[in-house]
Design a protein around this ligand. Structure first.
Ligand SMILES: [Mg+2]
Length: 202
């Protein structure tokens, strides 16, 4: 069996935060300033006037009506490039496990396959698995015997970190700084660094 590694999509390969902010600014022009840096997980905790739970929910309603929301995200070019080379060069099975939901009547699986295909991030050693919530990721890592995982959401990394024989890495992003400082999680600064760890961990 080939070694198995998992790579999260939103916040790791694709720029979810920018897409969300674009939708928010379409709904209420200028609500997020152009120089905004996202330093918390929940948008309602950002301290931006008018960005409360109610507004965030209304942005999600707009997102959930857009059949291209996930398919249209911009990539983190450097991270995508590193992974693209890896999936073609290395005999490692890569799993994209995502908690995305269907939007505009188009499933998360369909949009994600379109996006990954467009970035040349799919081949015969890759799989896409949509799950109902981030909690399900840990169970899948165990079931599929995935040895390494990368995610930008600290609670997911914290959960996966408890799996015996599994190494869960947190991708350094502005929105997980608090957890990076207060918890002993494995942290990487890029997908390239993660993939080097995957090969070292074998
Ligand atoms: Mg993510």
């Amino acid at each position: 069996m080939y070694p198995r590694a998992s790579v999260d999509i939103d916040g790791v390969l694709s720029r979810f935060v920018e897409s969300f902010i674009r939708k928010a600014n379409e709904l209420r022009p200028g609500i997020f300033p152009p120089n905004y840096v996202h330093r918390v997980w929940h948008f309602e905790d950002s301290g931006i006037p008018g960005v409360d739970k109610k507004f965030v929910n209304s942005v999600w309603e707009v997102i959930k009506a857009d059949p291209f929301f996930w398919a249209n995200e911009e990539p983190y070019e450097e991270n995508v490039r590193a992974l693209r080379g890896f999936i073609w060069d290395e005999r490692v099975e890569v799993f994209y496990i995502t908690a995305r939901m269907a939007t505009g009547g188009v499933s998360a699986l369909e949009q994600t396959i379109r996006w990954l295909g467009g970035q040349a991030l799919m081949n015969a050693r890759t799989s896409v698995i949509p799950v109902s919530g981030p909690e399900a990721k840990k169970q899948l890592m165990e079931l599929l015997q995935i040895q390494d995982s990368l995610d930008d959401y600290a609670p997911t990394v914290r959960g996966c970190d408890t799996i015996v024989g599994h190494r869960a890495y947190l991708l350094k992003q502005p929105w997980n700084q608090a957890e990076r400082e207060s918890e002993a999680l494995l942290v990487v600064g890029s997908v390239e660094e993660y993939l080097n760890k995957v090969m070292e961990d074998r």
